[in-house]
Design a protein around this ligand. Sequence first.
Ligand code: ATP
Ligand code: MG
Length: 215
Amino acid sequence: MKIGIFGGTFNPVHFGHLRAAEEVSQTFLDKVVFIPTNITSNKKMTGIVPEHRMKMLNMAIKNNKKFESSDIEIRRGGFSYSYDTVVQLQKIYPSDELYFIAGMDAYLDVKSWKNAEEIFDKINFLVVNRSNKKSGLKNLIKLIQFLPDKLKEGVKLDYGENRLILGNNRFVYFLKITRMDISSTEIRKNFKNNVSNLFLLPNEVINYIIKNKLY
Ligand code: ATP
Ligand code: MG
């Protein structure tokens, strides 16, 4: 099976995440596993405990057979590093192909991740556009630019398949998805300012946030 690992803070989950997962699972993957972070080193969590983010996520994905969630980062505790998650998931899914799903904005930071090169040795990447209108080719070139330096040697651009082929025979795919210019940051701001968030995230999640006064 081809399994996508979709990590994020999901603070809160919104239709940008859900639509991205829907499209990659329709065209590419058999299953998407959403993995909320415990603590992300580069983010302020604005007081939202992981359990709330996980509950909202589970509400949002419950009706999609291809979607699952995993609490491995929350159970591991401390800072959440994708490398540790990949190592753990490879043990859980020894005979499946794992793909790391990342929005372009997340991918642009990949060099700074813990053991970045090793992650690219272990699994393939599936990068989706966040909100730009660039052509597929320009996006592939961008994928090369932001690779960890060592991996840039020997990389081939496979335009027909919309992917890079790395020297280690791993792939970095680019998938153009419907642009949804939605972010959790904007949603949190709206809640704070009493501005409507209708149609940006599932109603059940909106109600949960209001009931628990999360933002
Ligand atoms: P924040 O504003 O708090 O950073 P966010 O909306 O960026 O939240 P994250 O939890 O940071 O959401 O994102 C998790 C993953 O989902 C990242 O790989 C990110 O690029 C991707 N992603 C988030 N929003 C979208 C979107 N609207 N379209 C496509 N991918 C998205
Ligand atoms: Mg983000």
